[in-house]
Design a protein around this ligand. Structure first.
Ligand SMILES: [Zn+2]
Length: 425
């Protein structure tokens, strides 16, 4: 029986892989999810019921408008777009009608600005489901996460007679740049949740390996910085100009040189810098996208504050103005020890998997930390697990997850956890 759900996962994952969408623009992906939910008679919530606009960061109104137009062109009904209120994100609700715990499963939906490999050794290319949108790609496996979440919702709905309590499956937008989980966590949607589980494919784990993450999420702050100077003729009046390009370049070098904090690991990256108008014009505009991370909130805040000091200094030194905007934020992982044993018990029911020791090396950031924090804040238990695949690195053109082999591991773990927590007494 579970083979039907697995087949569904593969089909959904490949359909989503073909139509990748960046954070806050996942309208086609969301329709794919909600259209299925409607067909199966599963109620769901959208719009400001699941996203609190006061906490939305890094959402570009023009990009959203373009995405809506594109989605409608690709067959998404306008009536559905209205339901979204312009915000991507949906929560499926499966209520057994019997008293019991509220259990939430969270998956993310967004893709990355990466151009997918056209090499025939890359499975999506070989099998014909590579990205149809050049320059955008599911290069982190969130297509797989969404497909698993949808099949889990389907299974729960089909099997609710044998379960108690209530389930919420969260389809979160904009995980990349750590933007989507905070507004979801502040929408009230997890306020009644007793148990919440998130997961990610890949990382350091190989196919068939699975483990609980019990620490190691880095707190992070993402900045967009716009520099404005003054144009001038580079030959006859360079002294009359103020170069935003030189200011931004100098800021880049200084930012990379922020002293490291003694209390924990930190990261800093200027990932994008665009500047200038032309060869012989003193550059009046520059735009930088950068981020800092820290092993603790304090370390991250120290890094972020130093970025702000540097920008202030550069403004003065180069007589430019700089607008600095926080476009994403994530926190460290709050640890709820009670859930770890339950998760490992659920994993042990899944055939053919190898449970690795709990993972807590400080590596990436994951905004599920906000949802976990929210659930923990009212006494609930929330956790995160990782499951493996064979890959050459996340966010690369050749990233892949071997969906047939690896996604069933996540599906079966969620189902097994649901039975463990919400099994009918
Ligand atoms: Zn990811």
């Amino acid at each position: 029986m579970s083979e039907n759900y697995i087949q569904e996962i593969i089909e959904t994952r490949r359909a989503i892989h073909r139509r990748p969408e960046l954070g806050w623009t996942e309208f086609e992906t969301m329709w794919n999810v909600c259209n299925h939910l409607e067909r199966w008679g599963i109620p769901y919530l959208t719009g400001t019921k699941v996203i609190n606009p006061d906490f939305v960061m890094g959402r570009d109104e023009t990009e959203v408008k373009d995405a809506i137009a594109r989605a409608i062109k690709h067959g998404v009904p306008e009536s559905f777009i209205e339901k979204t209120e312009g915000y991507t994100g949906a929560v499926a609700i499966i209520d057994t009608g019997r008293p019991g715990p509220v259990t939430a499963f969270r998956c993310d939906m967004d893709a990355l600005p990466v151009r997918e490999s056209d090499d025939s050794s890359h499975e999506p290319t070989r099998l014909g489901f590579a990205s149809e949108r050049p320059g955008i790609m599911h290069a982190c496996g969130h297509d797989g996460h969404t497909a698993v979440g949808l099949a889990v919702a389907h299974w729960l709905s089909d099997h609710k007679e044998g379960l108690c309590g209530k389930f919420k499956v969260l389809f979160q937008p904009a995980e990349e740049g750590v933007r989507g989980a905070r507004p979801m966590s502040e929408s009230g949607i997890v306020d009644d949740v007793d148990w919440l589980v998130g997961s990610h494919v890949g990382g350091a784990l190989h196919s068939g390996e699975i483990c609980v993450q019990d620490g190691g999420f880095l707190a992070s702050t993402k900045f967009d910085i716009h520099f404005t100077g003054l144009e001038a003729h580079a030959g006859n009046a360079p002294h009359k100009g103020h170069s935003a390009l030189v200011a931004a370049a100098c800021a880049t070098m200084m930012i990379q040189g922020i002293p490291r904090h003694g209390d924990g690991d930190s990261r800093v990256a200027v990932g994008k810098l665009v500047a200038g108008e032309g060869r012989n014009i003193v550059a009046a505009h520059a735009m930088m996208q950068m981020e800092v991370r820290g092993e603790t909130q304090e370390v991250n805040d120290f890094m972020a504050e130093n970025v702000e000091y540097i920008i202030e200094g550069v403004e003065k030194a180069y007589q430019v103005t700089a607008k600095i905007k926080r476009v994403g934020e994530s926190s460290t992982l709050v640890v709820c020890p009670e859930i770890f044993d339950k998760l490992e018990k659920a994993m042990s029911e899944v055939k053919g998997v190898k449970i690795l020791p709990r993972f807590h090396a400080p590596t990436g950031s994951e905004d599920c930390s906000w949802l976990i924090r929210k659930v923990a804040s009212h006494g609930g238990q929330a956790g995160f697990f990782l499951y493996g695949c064979e890959h050459k690195g996340h966010h690369r053109p050749d990233f892949d997850i071997q969906d047939e082999t690896n996604l069933p591991v996540a599906f079966n773990t969620f189902i097994s956890f649901a039975k463990l927590i919400n099994g009918k007494q």
